[in-house]
Design a protein around this ligand. Structure first.
Ligand SMILES: [Zn+2]
Ligand SMILES: [Zn+2]
Length: 336
């Protein structure tokens, strides 16, 4: 595809309706005041992208997809600190914060008016993306260009588990669902002092193998009432049932996986066992800082979670393979 200097290659959702995604030449963004332009070096593909593709997650097309984004600052707008130029960064996703109680209280992840990149404003499945300066976070030198695309999901996991902290030293922790989020949650829980087991299905052999490689016990059938803390990352009816059974009396149950539809489960276990139910949505500036410190101190490793790095043009096979039990994270590198 030939490009003029102010155009770029991007994966764009052109309209409401499935079958409306294509890789096309798209105007390269110009930084507004307070914004920088990133040359994207890694953009993770996530279940939410599949939901956006079929309009199961709100979006305003035409929009460049991609919200797990890292890159190098190559241009800055008026008022931006020039020291950002040339630095490697990852970025928070919540644009256009307002003055509601949540935004003013530092909880803009809960704002009803928030607009996220990749669904409401142009995201990072492109060679370049415009981002507000206040959303930038510096990537530690020890983290590669492709690994840094996983900072966003790690920040989401840190928000759920660390704010407030839900795991005590020597708690037995069961993580249900050995996908990328489950493997991040397990590592954060271990960093908090938890003794972590990861639960998966028979078809999850590859993913459970990765879990073992990074030092976790794995199981297909967790012991009933065997765990102080259950972290449900599968987003499935079976996972929720197993989680409620596996939590010990007086234990904690943390909902992380998005189910996407109504499910049946026996809610009485919550009451009879006096379970503390907790959750968290998206990320906050604090959770980003924690995620980056965990990476800087090698308490979370990301490279085992990356199955493939792909050029943007391969999006059809990437979207098709996502969620397949033989694949963990797929990262686009728009430079290749
Ligand atoms: Zn995501
Ligand atoms: Zn707000």
């Amino acid at each position: 595809m030939s490009e003029s200097p102010r155009s770029m290659t991007a994966i764009v959702k052109m309209a409401i309706g499935s079958d409306s995604i294509s890789v096309i030449s798209w105007p390269r963004p110009v930084p507004k005041a307070g914004q920088v332009i990133l040359e994207v070096h890694g953009a993770g593909v996530c279940g939410t992208d599949l939901h956006i593709a079929v309009d199961a997650y709100p979006n305003i097309p035409p929009v460049v997809m991609g919200h797990e984004v890292a890159g190098k600052v190559v241009e800055i707008g008026n008022g931006v600190d020039a020291n950002w130029l040339g630095l490697r960064v990852a970025c928070e996703t919540h644009h256009q914060v307002c003055k509601c109680d949540f935004c003013r209280g530092g909880r803009r992840n809960l704002c009803k008016n928030k607009t996220s990149m990749g669904s409401f404003v142009d995201g990072g499945f492109a060679t370049h993306v415009a981002v507000d300066e206040e959303l930038l976070h510096l990537i530690p030198d020890s983290i590669t260009d492709h690994e840094s695309a996983l900072t966003e999901p790690l920040a989401c996991v840190c928000h759920v588990l660390l704010d407030p902290p839900l795991i005590n030293v020597a708690d037995t922790v069961l993580v249900i669902g050995p996908g990328p989020i489950g493997l991040l949650a397990a590592q954060v829980a271990r960093a908090m002092g938890g003794i972590v087991t990861i639960c998966g299905l028979e078809k999850d052999q590859m993913r459970l193998g990765v879990a073992q490689d990074i030092g976790f016990n794995t199981t297909h059938s967790p012991e009933p009432e065997g765990f102080d803390v259950v972290i449900e990352c599968s987003g499935s009816e079976g996972g929720i049932s197993t989680g409620l059974k596996s939590a010990r009396r007086g234990g904690r149950y943390i909902a992380v996986g998005i189910v996407g539809h109504d499910v049946n489960f026996s809610a009485d276990a919550i009451l009879y066992k006096e379970l503390l139910i907790s959750s968290g949505f998206a990320s906050t500036p604090q959770s980003w800082n924690r995620a980056l410190r965990l990476l800087e101190n090698s308490q979370v490793s990301l490279s085992p979670l990356i199955s493939r790095v792909e050029p943007l043009k391969n999006w059809p096979s990437v979207y098709k393979d996502l969620g397949n039990a033989d694949v963990l994270k797929i990262v686009f590198d728009p430079r290749i």
